[in-house]
Design a protein around this ligand. Sequence first.
Ligand SMILES: Nc1ncnc2c1ncn2[C@@H]1O[C@H](COP(=O)(O)OP(=O)(O)OP(=O)(O)O)[C@@H](O)[C@H]1O
Ligand SMILES: [Mg+2]
Length: 378
Amino acid sequence: MSPTGGKTPPALDVNALLDDPRTKIIVCCGSGGVGKTTTAAALGVRAAERGRDVVVLTVDPARRLAQSMGLSELDNNPRKIEVEGDGELHAMMLDMKRTFDEIVEAHADPDRAKQILANPFYQSLSSSLSGTQEYMAMEKLGQLHRSGAWDLIIVDTPPSRNALDFLDAPERMGRFLDGRFMRILATPAKTGGRFGVKVISAGFGMVTGVLNKVIGVQLLRDVQTFVAAFDTMFGGFRERAEKTFRLLQTPGTAFLVVAAPEPDALREASYFVERLAEERMPLAGLVVNRVHESAVDTLSAARGQAAAETLEERGEHTLTAALLRLHTQRLQRSAREERLREHFASAHPNVPVTAVAAQAEDVHDLDGLRRVGEDLAA
Ligand SMILES: Nc1ncnc2c1ncn2[C@@H]1O[C@H](COP(=O)(O)OP(=O)(O)OP(=O)(O)O)[C@@H](O)[C@H]1O
Ligand SMILES: [Mg+2]
């Protein structure tokens, strides 16, 4: 039982997870800004220092964190990072556009590839279609896995507001790219005439829903040449997305859901946990990141507050009164966080949990990542 009377969830054994040679892929997901990238990087450092050969695929890392890992530029290739211990750590930043280009280069002959890459429609699609980042993260994961170069791949997920986007977007995008919509768009080029115009508008009506975030879709001619050139690749996109999706269902994969001890993030985590169960994807546990704990547990919030009020009324010891206030607020915050965690645990009593303390400053170097790693494993 916890101090507030709720049930204590099982503890997530991060060391066991990292050390188990059967763990091949760890996916860190969660809603925006909760610490997915930091968690992924910290796990990478810890796993490497415990002897594994790890690659961490980060998405949009904060600049200082990227620098601390020697990732000062986007080049879409894993770079080695010096760590202590027997393992090896590589890290990379996902370059969504570059990953897309590489797929085109790998699947079309050089002339066609050139034609596709130069097409304005392709350029806008590859960088602004909603879901591209999620799709490309999956694609890159598939590539890293196929390369067989690492015994553990840690995947960070894109900064979407909704954690489920990581699972939904690739399928949505695969459906779009695998041609059904694209074929409708291409039809007028072949039939022409009044009928063709009708098909164009019908096609656009359907596609705009999917394409809602693409800029400059009016370039119809570009679209048609693009589709003609892209034709050889239809099918491959969705197929690969599905393959990676199945990879995520294998027992070698472990999902870690990251959340802040806040109502929205924990609610999002809750949805995600349920969805993973539906998809039969293996959940390792929940990481509650940036929790606040008070080092002083001898003075309760109520007594601290009463003492502060007394001092304030008397106009004495203003500094002490301010400190007591601060202490009270910290205790109240940590009690609030505790209640939220218990609420999650009562809805998901079997989900193992670990917590990471809020560090005094942003995590931006290897030592900071090691501290986060220690908390994760504590
Ligand atoms: N435990 C922590 N203590 C202090 N700062 C933290 C902690 N965890 C993360 N941060 C900081 O919070 C910020 C956001 O973290 P991070 O980038 O890992 O989140 P994210 O979930 O990947 O965000 P996004 O959804 O934008 O990708 C970073 O500046 C990071 O250094
Ligand atoms: Mg991130």
